[in-house]
Design a protein around this ligand. Structure first.
Ligand SMILES: Cc1ncc(COP(=O)(O)O)c(C=O)c1O
Length: 408
């Protein structure tokens, strides 16, 4: 154990970081009882030197794995050059990143911020400005049940899940949550107050729920017909995770506005709003951020995205993702408790016939694999996009062992 792990900030010897966390940290998350201190590629190590294969990837953030050399190098170099200025001034890393995003998507303009929720907040503000300018002050945004758009108060209202909303009632107005995969529900909820529909093309946090074949096309057509904006939240699905750079490509549609975060910085906190020219309606002073577009995070995100593009990381996610899905299907034939395997690329969920996901998470942890319990009866696999079939084989064998130990 290194010096850092033996000392608290006051210099006292501490034996248990988890006790200190309970003493000093707000109680917002049910943590897995492991203190991670180091990561490399798809592997992490805890304070006792124990190694784990990481199929959580920082909740779909560590696209290039832990401490990817290109990002480490970019951060180091930028940290020695210019870390932060105000957005009153031009800075080069944010312009290079915006250019790379525009050149590789169907969108024209970029706003940079610090997280997914903040990107979605900005996208909704953009839609409201659009409504003020072109739709007689329309301000309502239609979102779907089972979605997840972030933890700020407005994004809790946008997120169609009661468990995230109930503790914070009353919610901000202007969000209508309707059934996912129902164009009829969107049509019925649209009024002259509607300025946008906001969707995750595949619901991640809601349990990896895929859209039905014609759903996204029908939503696109409806938005065109009504002159309202289609905002796609690709915060979890975008940047290669599902086997194409963006999921909208798989459905032959283009959004008016798209939000990104998570994998954008491959571990460095950054978010982005992208918009078509006609939807890019902010004027100076209407939106902003102190840290958004910060040179340090932009240099990291540029390096990460460039690496993804230059090394066909997206193709790897597609191929290895299919191998993961096939392997899980193989396990399903053997283990009757698996009722569904769904997803694409490296965003995959496995559903069980009872609420065993928590016990399986512990079983996998004990055997050296980190997984995410996305629902009481479902595990989600969101590993780095750089893994190969060997890592999949190891994960499947560990999951198999964990299932056998609790089923038998
Ligand atoms: C689809 C989606 N949107 C938004 C968010 C919120 O992102 P952040 O936690 O960076 O605010 C998440 C986070 O899980 C997400 O999955």
């Amino acid at each position: 154990m290194g010096l850092v792990n033996n000392l608290s900030s006051g210099g006292d010897k501490v034996s248990n970081w988890q006790e200190l966390e309970r003493k000093y940290f707000m109680n917002t998350v049910e943590r897995v009882p492991v203190t991670l201190v180091r990561g490399e590629g798809a592997r992490v190590w805890d304070e006792n030197g124990r190694e784990y294969l990481d199929f959580v990837g920082g909740w779909a953030v560590n696209s290039l794995g832990h401490c990817p050399p290109v990002v480490v190098e970019a951060v180091g170099e930028q940290a020695h050059t210019l870390i932060q200025t105000s957005n009153q001034f031009y800075t080069i890393p944010q312009i290079r990143l915006a250019e790379l995003l525009v050149n590789n998507s169907c969108l024209d303009k970029v706003f940079l911020c610090n997280s997914g929720a903040e990107a979605n907040e900005g996208a909704v503000k953009l839609a409201r400005r659009y409504g003020q300018r072109y739709l007689n002050g329309a301000y309502e945004v239609i979102t779907t049940l089972g979605s997840f758009h972030g933890r700020t108060l407005s994004m809790v209202a946008a997120t169609g899940q009661v468990k995230f909303q109930e503790p914070y009632l009353p919610l901000p107005v202007g969000f209508i949550n309707v059934e996912f995969n129902s164009i009829g529900a969107i049509r019925a909820a649209t009024t002259d107050k509607t300025c946008a529909v906001m969707l995750e093309p595949v619901q991640g946090e809601g349990g990896v729920n895929l859209p039905e074949d014609n759903y996204l096309t029908a939503v696109r057509e409806w938005c065109d017909q009504k002159g309202i904006l289609l905002i796609l939240d690709e915060i979890q699905t975008g940047l290669g995770r599902m086997g194409t750079l963006f999921v909208y490509e798989q459905y032959g549609i283009e959004p008016d506005v798209m939000t990104l975060a998570k994998g954008l910085g491959s571990g460095v906190p950054i978010g982005a709003i992208l918009a078509k020219d006609r939807a890019s309606v902010f004027v100076p002073g209407e939106h902003g951020s102190t840290f958004g577009g910060n040179p340090l995070t932009c240099a990291a995100a540029y390096a990460a995205l460039k690496f993804i593009l230059d090394n066909d990381i997206v193709g790897n996610a597609r191929k290895v993702g299919q191998y993961l899905i096939d392997s899980l299907e193989g396990l399903r034939e053997k283990s009757r408790c698996i009722t569904d395997v769904r997803g694409r690329g490296l965003l995959v969920a496995v559903e069980f016939n009872s609420d065993i996901a928590g016990s399986l998470l512990t079983g996998c942890l004990d055997r050296g694999l980190l997984v995410n319990r996305v629902k009481p009866n479902a595990l989600r696999f969101i590993p780095p996009l750089i893994i190969g079939n060997g890592e999949v084989d190891k994960a499947i064998s560990i999951l198999d062992g964990a299932i056998s130990s609790i089923i038998n």
